[in-house]
Design a protein around this ligand. Structure first.
Ligand SMILES: [Zn+2]
Length: 339
């Protein structure tokens, strides 16, 4: 691990917030250089290992992996932010991006695809392709909202981002510009730019096309939206959500982590370790049981959604996401009970 006291750094990193971890994880010399880059970027970038960085902000968390002569980007953020993501990924990794992999079809992970499909290899699980194709029209409209949102910001990187968004107008995009050309099976081992990458699809979980992506040499994993770290998890039944399968997905993540100190990037929330998967699994099991009991006792959906669930009081985005999580588990339980 390139003589940066990696063992100690990694132990220090695990369990800390991404921001707090930056100084100890990256190593002093690197942190000083990286810190300056971070000041000028739109996304919040943190180096996780010698070859891996995470970008937080504007949709799902993105993992960037530096290969020998090229970079790999995992997920593409909200519509409108693809050019910025690509530019900053190349800046932090020092390599041109040649490959994009989507963890699943949701727009907050694929909105920037159009900035990669022309000249990069773009991949997703085979079940994701038709779903991404069907949302192209909506993603085309998304960039306009992004410009309005960025326009209100005071961040130093704002002008560069507005230029990135404006460049999308002249890029000749069509609704098909978001769709990956390459569909992946349920278990793939690829080597891209000299980096081994393992991709696993466990079946329906958060959607019907989730990929768990592991970079074994870096001990880094992207769990996609099978992992919401202390954020209310989105249940999308039309998109293939199945919370029983999702529990299995968490168990596979735990297996893939093994006893190693794997750095785990969730789809949403702070970077952490395998404990995050354990917590996600337990939450889903508990919510499933409570929804089933509520349906059995004849409690209405409306009343189930009013329950406080104080054990998750610290979970973020409760205003928007909590009703979707609870509504999702209730609807699943009602269907299972034949109601
Ligand atoms: Zn999602």
């Amino acid at each position: 691990m390139q003589g940066m006291n990696e063992g100690v750094s990694r132990r220090n990193f695990l369990g800390l917030s991404a921001g707090a971890a930056l100084a100890c994880c990256v190593g002093r010399a690197r942190a000083a250089r990286f810190g300056r880059e971070a000041d000028a970027t739109w996304f919040e970038w943190t180096q996780l290992s010698p070859r891996c960085w995470v970008a937080i902000g504007e949709g799902g968390n993105v993992l960037v992996v530096a290969g020998d002569r090229e970079a790999i980007v995992i997920d593409a953020k909200n519509a409108g932010f693809g050019n910025t993501l690509r530019r900053e990924a190349e800046q932090v990794s020092g390599k041109p991006v040649k490959t994009l992999i989507n963890t699943h079809h949701h727009g907050d992970h694929t909105g920037g695809n159009c900035s990669f499909t022309k000249d990069c290899t773009v991949m997703a699980h085979e079940n994701a392709l038709a779903r991404i194709a069907s949302q192209g029209e909506r993603l085309m409209g998304g960039a306009k909202g992004a410009a309005a949102q960025v326009g209100k910001s005071e961040k130093p990187a704002k002008d560069a981002v507005l230029k990135d968004i404006a460049a999308l107008d002249g890029a000749g995009l069509t609704k098909d510009s978001w769709t990956p050309a390459n569909g992946l099976g349920d278990s793939e081992k690829l080597t891209i730019g000299g980096v081994a990458i393992e991709l696993t699809h466990v079946g329906n979980g958060h959607t019907d096309n989730d990929l768990i992506i592991v970079i074994p040499a870096e001990k880094v994993m992207h769990g996609g939206d099978l992992l919401f770290n202390k954020v209310w998890p989105v249940i999308d039944l039309p998109g293939g959500s199945d919370t029983a399968g999702w529990v299995k997905g968490c168990e596979r993540i735990l297996e893939l982590c093994g006893e190693q100190q794997m750095i785990v990037v969730p789809g949403h929330g702070a970077v952490g370790d395998r404990e995050m998967a354990q917590r996600q699994r337990q939450m889903l099991i508990a919510l499933r049981a409570q929804a089933a009991a509520a349906v059995k006792a004849g409690q209405s959906r409306e009343d189930f959604l009013k329950r406080p669930f104080e054990e998750y009081a610290e979970y973020q985005r409760a205003d928007v996401l909590k009703p979707r999580t609870l509504g999702g588990v209730y609807d699943e339980a009602a269907k299972a009970a034949g109601k």
